[in-house]
Ligand binder design. Structure first.
Ligand code: APR
Length: 184
C-alpha cells in the first residue's frame, strides 16, 4: 500500500493517514459513506459500487437499508478488500442536530463490526465531508478521536486503521487531529 503521510501507534494497532482512492486499498474492510437506502450513490459510494461490481448492490438490496449513524457490512466482491462496511453519516445542518455524535457513532460502530468479525485492517474515507457538507476539519477531529478511543479501550484485534483521504487538504486535517491528540 502507499506510504502513509503519517503513522501513529496505539497499543498493537497502527493508524495511518494516506491520500488514495479507497477502492484500491488491500485491507480487510473499506468503509463506504453510504445513504440510508444503501442502494448506491455518487462520491465514494459510487466509486465503491463501480469497483465492487453489481453483486455488491444485490447484497445491499437484501439489507433493508441502514439508519443514519449506523453501519452494515457486506462482502467486497471484486474489490481487493474482503468486506465493505456501509456507514451512513449525518448531513451537516449547522451543528445543532447532534451531527458530531452521529458521525462519531459511524466510526465506533464500524470498528465494532470489523473487530467482531475478526478483521485486522480497516480503511475509512472522510465520512460526511462531501455531499453531506460536514466541515472537514471538525470531521477529522471526530474521526481520529473516536477511532483512537475505541482502539485504546478495546482493540478487538484490529492492527491497522487507515484514514484514506481523497485530497492533501483532507489529509492535513487528519494530521492536525493526530497532533492535537498527541498521537504524532
Ligand atoms: N476514495 C476515498 N475517498 C473518496 C473517494 C474515493 N474513491 N471518492 C470520494 N471520496 C471522499 C470525498 O472527497 C469526501 O472527502 O469521500 C468523502 C465523503 O464524500 P461523499 O462520497 O460525498 O460522501 P458523504 O459526504 O458522506 O455523502 C454521502 O453521498 O454519494 C452519496 O450515496 C451517498 O447519499 C450518500 C452521500
Amino acid at each position: 500500500m502507499l506510504d502513509p503521510l503519517l503513522t501513529a501507534e496505539i497499543g498493537a494497532a497502527r493508524l495511518d493517514i494516506v491520500v488514495a482512492d479507497i477502492t484500491t486499498l488491500d485491507v480487510d474492510a473499506i468503509v463506504n459513506a453510504a445513504k440510508t437506502s444503501l442502494l448506491g450513490g455518487g462520491g465514494v459510494d459510487g466509486a465503491i459500487h463501480r469497483a465492487a461490481g453489481p453483486d455488491l448492490l444485490k447484497e445491499c438490496q437484501t439489507l433493508g437499508g441502514c439508519p443514519t449513524g449506523s453501519a452494515k457490512m457486506t462482502k467486497g466482491y471484486r474489490l481487493k478488500a474482503k468486506h465493505v462496511i456501509h456507514a451512513v453519516g449525518p448531513v451537516w445542518q449547522g451543528g445543532g442536530q447532534g451531527e458530531a455524535d452521529t458521525l462519531s457513532t459511524c466510526y465506533s460502530i464500524a470498528i465494532d463490526l470489523a473487530g467482531s468479525a475478526g478483521l485486522r485492517s480497516i480503511a475509512f474515507p472522510a465520512i460526511s465531508t462531501g455531499v453531506y457538507r460536514f466541515p472537514a476539519g471538525l470531521a477529522a477531529d471526530i474521526a481520529v478521536a473516536t477511532v483512537a478511543a475505541e482502539i485504546a479501550r478495546y482493540p478487538r484485534g484490529i492492527t491497522q486503521v487507515v484514514f484514506c483521504c481523497f485530497s492533501k487538504e483532507s489529509a492535513e486535517h487528519h494530521m492536525n487531529a493526530f497532533a492535537e491528540l498527541g498521537l504524532a
